[in-house]
Write a protein that binds this ligand. Structure first.
Ligand SMILES: C[C@H](N)CC(=O)SCCNC(=O)CCNC(=O)[C@H](O)C(C)(C)COP(=O)(O)OP(=O)(O)OC[C@H]1O[C@@H](n2cnc3c(N)ncnc32)[C@H](O)[C@@H]1OP(=O)(O)O
Length: 132
């Protein structure tokens, strides 16, 4: 199955809790964008997220970290598209206030979040089914 990936750096604006910790919902926002691209590629429509079946936050994410969010469609129903997602930290920003510009390229990316979810694209919006 085709895989889609979004890679971005989390900034100070993403820090939400003490110690520059990023809200877990930020990872779900990334998964939503990954899902949207998967649906555009398959159906030519952005679709709608109907449910997350499973979300696990496996490691903390901080401002300054670089994240790769990936997803693929695992099952195609009539209108539903079931997907699985992962987010890995590939660069860790500084956690040392005395050396804030230091950063570490991680030899092994760290799994920070994983989820399964389902999106819906109504039949009349699926590629090839539009009447116009
Ligand atoms: C990815 C997006 N581009 C970005 C977003 O995240 S959108 C923002 C968040 N989502 C929304 O605002 C959507 C709000 N929900 C809706 O508008 C509707 O619920 C819906 C349009 C998404 C679905 O409505 P409807 O078509 O009436 O639903 P159903 O006919 O009941 O089901 C359609 C298919 O979806 C499957 N399904 C329904 N509920 C679940 C569930 N909890 N878990 C897994 N799958 C579910 C259902 O089985 C149908 O599948 P098939 O058509 O048989 O394949």
């Amino acid at each position: 199955m085709e895989e889609v990936m979004i890679r971005l750096r989390l900034s100070q604006a993403d820090a939400h809790y003490g110690g520059d910790l990023v809200d877990g919902a930020r990872m779900l926002a990334l998964f939503g964008d990954v899902a949207t691209e998967l649906l555009i590629r398959l159906d030519g429509d952005e679709g709608l997220f109907v449910a997350y079946e499973q979300v696990e936050f496996k490691a903390p994410v901080y401002a300054g970290d670089y994240i790769e969010a990936k997803g693929s469609i695992t099952k195609q129903g009539n209108t539903s598209r079931t997907m699985s997602f992962t987010a890995h930290k590939v660069i860790a920003g500084s956690r040392d206030a005395s050396n804030p510009s230091q950063a570490t390229l991680l030899e092994q990316p760290v799994l920070v979040c994983q989820a399964k979810g389902t999106c819906v694209v109504p039949k009349d919006k699926q590629k090839g089914n539009t009447k116009s």
